[in-house]
Each structure stands twice: as C-alpha cells, then as structure tokens.
Design a protein around this ligand. Structure first.
Ligand SMILES: [Fe+2]
Ligand SMILES: [Fe+2]
Ligand SMILES: [Fe+2]
Length: 411
C-alpha cells in the first residue's frame, strides 16, 4: 500500500522556502524578505498584536515580494525609495496568492504594500488589511534605507533612517505605526538583529515552529505551480519551461506505468526543478549566444540552489533530490553532485529527459525551437553517450508526437 497520498507538508516550511527562492533574485543580498518580516513582527509586538497577528506579519514580510522575479525589478525596488512602477510587483504577488486558499489572506496586504496610507485609507479595504499592508510598507522602506549599513555603521545611520520615515508620518505611513517604530528602534538589538548572520539564524529558528496548517499533495502542487510561474517569468525565453517539463515528465512517468501518486510527485519535482535559476542574473539567462566560461560557471550552480531551497522541507526529501538531479548524467557527466548511477532514481532520470526535451523545442535567445526529428537525434546522442537513460529516451521516441505537443504546451 502506497503512502504517497498521505504526504503532508508544513505550511510554515513552505513559506520559508518561497522566501528563500524569491530572495535569490537579490543576488548578493538575499535577506530582504527575512528582514522585512522581522521588522514587521517587532512593530506588531509593539502595537500589541496577538501571537497570531505577529506571526502573520512575519510571514507577510517573507512573502511580500513574491511578485519580483527579475534582478532589474528587484534593484529598482531596493535602490529607489519611491519607484513609480512599484505597483506592478504588488499586482503580480496579489494574483499569485489570491486563489490559493492557504495563502490567500496575504494577497490584499501584498497588493497594497506600496500604497501610501492616506490613499489606502480611502479605499474599500478592511482595517486589518490596511494595517498589515502599511506595516509592510514601512518595514520594507526601513530596510531599503538601512541596507547599505547593516554590517558597518547601522547604529549611526539609524538616526537618518528614523528622520526619513518620520517625514512620511500621516502621508505614506500610519502615524500609529510610525510611533511604534520610534519605540522599537530605540534598542540597538533591533538593528543588530538585522545583520545577515543574525537574521538567517532567526528565520531558521522560526522554521522550527510547526504551523497549524498542513498542505495536502494537491495543495502542494498548486503552490508548486505558483513557484514555477515565478521562475518561468524571469525570462521570456524560459516562459512555460518549468510547466512544460512538469507536464512532460508526468506524461512519460504515467505512460511508463508508474503509480499515480508517484506521477503526481514527479510533476511537482518538474515544476520546482529550476527554482535555483532565480539566482541567475537576467543578462545570463537572456544572453543571445553561447555562455562564456564564467557565465557557464554561474549557470551551473542553479540546480544546487534548487536543492538548498527544498531540502529543508520535511516530507519533500525525495522530490528535492529528483528536482536537483536534473543535470546529472548516468555516466557521471553532469553537475553538481555527480551521484552514483544507482542513486539516480527513475524519477530523476525522467525529469532529466523531460528537461532536455522541453528546452530543445523551446525558442532560446540564440536559436529557435527544434523540430521533433532533431530533438530525437540529440536525445539519442545523449543516450548513447551514457548521459540519459536509454529506456526512457526510447519511450519518449515511441511517443514522440505526444511528447512534442506536451513540451510545446499545446496539450
Ligand atoms: Fe520589498
Ligand atoms: Fe536546469
Ligand atoms: Fe530546466
């Protein structure tokens, strides 16, 4: 009797994984969401929130930038106090979460987390959502002002930061939240805790508290679709890639006769396999030509990043491996783990075939999508060199037309 359908994943661990993934877009600063969550929860504590609301404000901080996939958008948001296009990522984040019940409560505050308080007050938004949205707005802007100072002179820079925030009291920010900030910021500990070493430790500690919500396998799939969308929209050339790999891997798995729960998990691994690409600079992903050695060296780190995001989630250990092994070859040629052949499960082998298949049919910046016969030739070559599993490649060839349409996103 299979235990697959009993798979249940802790929602808190998934929220932290979403933040870890989305924060990778920050390149050399990957703690923005964690710091905003921390600042918001400290303000919540000062404002007398109950435990549940404090937890909500922390989680909201972790999730608030889930609409940011590109390095370019990230840099506008963290380098400009008042960027005119800030509303775009608020709308994307809102649309991503609004229909996913376990996280839908975060959608409205995310939609308004860059809306000035005086304007938000006049909209038809509940007091609770207004407060949460404005709490994140203030926490987010404090982090933007403080970002360059954490590891050095933060205890000196805080005075200027407080002045800047106070200038917007009653216009951008709820006066009550600004007052709470004045109380909280008095303690040096508040600022020191925001340094990289401390904030990662704090977030790790928070992940140890199990949330009261568990995700079923179908909810996990829904959430994985959201994450796949975040990755796929990073570049027009990878649009639909994760979704295409997932559908193709599922099709191959089920036509090979694997159990339906196993197919479901393979599809989830396919959706998540390129999460680590969020850490690849936009110009490398969109480069209209072959990558240089240094660009290739950066690119080849992405499947390790995928593993690092997923491996901490209890119950997701096998999916983490299947996803992270998608560039490994049976012959040891591949990256980055070089597992022994016997450690490359059938699930990993299927995803490796689906990944190459989908990538070949898709237009890339330096070439257009290939026709089926060319895809088959290349897969055959990989199979005969021992990189891909011959049986799976033969199976994909046998069902070539179907695989091609699925990889193209046509069925
Ligand atoms: Fe932000
Ligand atoms: Fe990949
Ligand atoms: Fe991929």
């Amino acid at each position: 009797m299979s235990t697959f359908s009993k798979l249940e994943i802790d929602l808190r661990q998934m929220i932290i994984a979403i933040e870890t993934a989305v924060s990778l877009v920050g390149m050399n600063d990957t703690n923005h969401g964690k710091r905003v969550g921390y600042i918001a929860s400290q303000l919540g504590y000062q404002l007398g929130f109950n435990d549940q609301a404090i937890q909500f404000s922390f989680d909201l901080g972790l999730l608030h930038d889930c609409g940011v996939s590109t390095e370019q958008m990230h840099s506008h948001l963290v380098n400009q106090f008042d960027w005119c296009d800030a509303h775009i990522h608020c709308g994307i984040g809102y649309r991503l979460l609004k229909d996913f019940e376990p996280l839908s409560g975060f959608a409205i505050p995310i939609l308004y987390h860059h809306t000035p308080w005086e304007k938000l007050n006049r909209l038809d938004v509940s007091i609770q959502d207004t407060r949460m949205a404005n709490l994140i707005f203030l926490a987010d802007r404090v982090d933007v002002l403080a970002a360059g100072h954490y590891e050095t002179d933060i205890l000196l820079a805080r005075e200027e930061i407080v002045k800047s925030v106070t200038n917007y009291k009653g216009t951008y920010f709820d006066p009550e939240i600004v007052n709470a900030f004045h109380q909280v910021e008095k303690s040096e500990a508040f600022w020191i805790a925001l340094q990289d070493r401390h904030i990662t430790r704090y977030t790790w500690d928070m992940s140890q508290f199990e949330s009261s919500k568990l995700l079923s396998i179908s909810q996990l799939k829904q959430l994985s679709l959201i994450l796949a969308y975040i990755v796929d929209q990073k570049s027009p050339f990878t649009a639909q890639h994760s979704v295409g790999v997932a559908s193709l891997a599922r099709y191959i798995a089920s036509s090979l006769g694997l159990l339906s729960e196993q197919c479901e998990k393979i599809e989830i691994a396919g959706l998540l396999h390129d999460l680590g690409k969020l850490h690849i600079p936009d110009h490398i992903l969109g480069k209209p030509g072959p990558l240089s050695d240094i660009e290739r060296a950066i690119m080849n780190q992405h499947s390790y990043e995928t593993y690092e995001i997923l491996r901490h989630i209890k119950g997701l250990e096998d999916i983490a491996c299947w996803a992270a092994f998608h560039h490994e070859g049976l012959n040891g040629v591949g990256y980055p783990f070089h597992p022994h052949q016997k450690e490359l499960s059938i699930e990993s082998r299927i995803i490796a075939v689906a990944d190459i298949f989908q990538a070949l049919v898709q237009d890339r910046p330096y070439r257009s999508g290939m026709p089926l016969n060319k895809v088959i030739d290349i897969l055959d070559e990989f199979a005969s060199s021992g990189k891909l599993d011959q049986n799976i490649v033969d199976h994909a060839k046998k069902h070539g037309e179907e695989c091609f349409e699925i990889a193209k996103g046509n069925s």
